[in-house]
Design a protein around this ligand. Sequence first.
Ligand SMILES: Nc1nc2c(c(=O)[nH]1)N[C@H]1C(S)=C(S)[C@@H](COP(=O)(O)OP(=O)(O)OC[C@H]3O[C@@H](n4cnc5c(=O)[nH]c(N)nc54)[C@H](O)[C@@H]3O)O[C@H]1N2
Ligand SMILES: Nc1nc2c(c(=O)[nH]1)N[C@H]1C(S)=C(S)[C@@H](COP(=O)(O)OP(=O)(O)OC[C@H]3O[C@@H](n4cnc5c(=O)[nH]c(N)nc54)[C@H](O)[C@@H]3O)O[C@H]1N2
Ligand code: SF4
Ligand SMILES: [Mo]
Length: 744
Amino acid sequence: MSETTTTYRVCTLCEATCGIAVEVRDERVVSIKGDPDDPFSQGYICPKATAMKGLHEDPDRLRKPIRKRDDGTWEEMEWDEAIRYAAKGLLDVRKKSGGEALASYIGNPTVHNLHATMYTPVINRALASKQRFSASTADQFPKMVTAGLMFGENLTIPIPDLDRTDYLLILGANPLASNGSLMTAPNVKGRIRDIRGRGGKVVVVDPRRSETADVADEHLFIRPGSDTYFLLAIVNTLFEEQLVDLADSAEHVAGLDGVRDAVAGITAERVAQRTGIDAQSIRRIAREFAAAPSAACYGRIGTTCQEFGTLASWAVDVLNIVTGNLDRPGGVLFTKAAAAAGSSDEPGGTGVRLHRWNSRVSDYPEVFGEIPVAAMAEEMDTPGEGQIRGLLTIAGNPARSTPDTERLERALGSLDFMVSVDIYLNETTRHADIILPPTSALEHEHYDLAFYRLSIRNIAKFSPAVFEPPEGALHDWQILARLSAHLMGFGDMSADDVDDFVLNQLVDSLIPEDGAKSNGKSREEVVDELGTVRGPHRALDLMLRTGPYGDRFGADPEGLSLAKLKEHPHGIDLGPLMPQLPQVLETPSAKIEMSPALVLADLPRLRDALDRAPNDLVLIGRRHLRSNNSWCHNIEPLVKGRDRCTLMMNPTDADRFGLRTGDDVQVTSRVGSVVAPMEVTDELMPGVVSLPHGWGHDVDDIRMSVAREHAGVNSNVLTDSALMDAPSGNAVLNGIPVVVQAAV
Ligand SMILES: Nc1nc2c(c(=O)[nH]1)N[C@H]1C(S)=C(S)[C@@H](COP(=O)(O)OP(=O)(O)OC[C@H]3O[C@@H](n4cnc5c(=O)[nH]c(N)nc54)[C@H](O)[C@@H]3O)O[C@H]1N2
Ligand SMILES: Nc1nc2c(c(=O)[nH]1)N[C@H]1C(S)=C(S)[C@@H](COP(=O)(O)OP(=O)(O)OC[C@H]3O[C@@H](n4cnc5c(=O)[nH]c(N)nc54)[C@H](O)[C@@H]3O)O[C@H]1N2
Ligand code: SF4
Ligand SMILES: [Mo]
């Protein structure tokens, strides 16, 4: 009998960071179970966790670089040759068409992968082009913009205190399917049950009666895109009825008058028709929220990926602040992350600067150094100086995840050279000239730098690799390091040498020369102490040790370090979120800026749209527990069963159009058209239809055999790149005007 070993780590498929126990025998995963000793998830997992095995074993997952031949077929390449080929292709574009002809697109899984998190900034610097895109402008940029402007740092986002709140108001999020986002919390379902169990109330505001709405006390249908009206009408009610009470945050707030002016005239009665929520309900929610001993308002994709994403994200925080719930247990609080905490101990900082320059074609303002992903196709297909001719994608599938993908795919197909760092030959990477596949998630270590900044408790957990990588395989960081070296003109430099360079830079920025943060040790001594085994774990160790709980290289022997985390394989619970005002603020004023000019400048657009005639039908998205954006559909257990990629429509609309469940219907928007099976359900609000995103795998030249059998349709054929949340540049993925008719 061979031995069974168990590795404790986290599942990296969503933001919940559940602890898993991976059992291995004879180099094979025999089981993946929830880890009951993980202090955060306490054994909870969802059905996706076992897909970590499926992904690792998937025969379609690429193990070696593949290069496209002239006839469009693919051939495997050895790594050294592949890196040189990829680098040369990009460098040739730079030589021929200039530096701005090179672009990058960074996808979502990079955030779930320590190696990629640490090395995407490195490769972006090496590319040295302003043409930077990412999935974040199809996601959370509005929230990062408001966090940056109001609190001074783009990930200083107030997190709902799920475990202590008395009142939870959820808009545009379905954590029972998504397991939470910008709110890292394993088992949201159990935590919602506990809120209700202790006499609290949960209200869900959503155009669909979602799985989350089903377990809440109350659900209100809302017209897509109208959340800001609803929230500002609540705030208006609070002012009108003298219910505004900033509590302890009062002394830290600037610009409250701007809020009062902003909500003037936006009464519950005025917005009832536009939101689809009657005035009495709006006023009642306002009173309930203000009266609750503690309350938390939380908004997600439905509030960010919509026409007024920034205003809605701002209004969520405004509501929390004017009811005294910011920085209050049971309200919304800031994390104190063990690594990459973001704020210094002193209140105040440089804040964020946005809109420093504009995109080439449509003059969109940059945000956090990025151009809206909705502008990626036009930057590729519009001729002129600076037109994108070469692209690097890293862990992204923009051909399924960004608006108007038909135009984007045409543009991708016309590039001079494209490199994809990805584990699959899929809808996006098929356009590449070369695909460089990193190790699988079980073959590399991990730490959730981003999600522990966004979690409902302060947590630190290190995940070791389960398997040694196969001989010769490269991790994401090694691929990116070697490409970076070429792009910076160092040629064939080893990944280890690049890592030394990167680490030294980080040491210089985190360790003051006087040794104040390193127990008197010099920078050289610090680097020595971090060890000679190269890789991002050294930077992680450095961040942990200099972080708020760190051992500061011996100054506090009880403090955190990577070694300490390794002694606690199930993770370390650093306690519930604690009040942190004003230290956490990084705004130049050291105040909470309630009325940022850049946000308020978008109010006229909101006011103009208040009386706009409603569209007959608008499209929204949805997520399913067993899907993960576009890339987990090749795992049989996650796709078997009934077709989930259906167009949901309310019975009154279905009657109106004479459509029935099972009918094939044609859905058409300004930019495209798809045919999907119909599902008539009163879960959907009248006037709203829903299609999930990330499907549409019925493509000949991809290598995802299971996904092709469960193809579904691509909802982003319908989303319109001309619609955009102005201040953040975020794509509008919900509230798309469409026409639906029987397919012929
Ligand atoms: N199983 C699974 N989990 C995932 C993912 C996945 O694909 N599958 N993706 C991960 C990612 S990348 C993210 S960012 C998170 C997202 O996490 P969530 O935001 O929780 O994701 P959704 O399930 O899309 O929930 C969005 C909700 O907004 C509603 N909605 C649409 N338009 C509007 C509107 O205008 N107003 C309001 N109030 N509601 C609206 C939709 O009906 C839906 O219920 O999930 C993560 N987790
Ligand atoms: N209509 C509509 N569109 C949406 C959304 C919506 O709600 N509605 N949601 C949006 C949101 S929130 C997001 S985050 C985006 C996601 O947008 P993207 O990040 O562009 O798309 P994903 O589907 O996550 O594709 C991830 C890619 O990473 C690869 N991959 C997975 N793991 C690794 C790894 O460890 N290393 C490397 N190198 N590659 C890896 C996969 O093979 C896949 O190609 O989609 C957005 N698009
Ligand atoms: S909720 Fe599911 S997918 Fe998300 S981390 Fe937990 S087990 Fe993984
Ligand atoms: Mo996302």
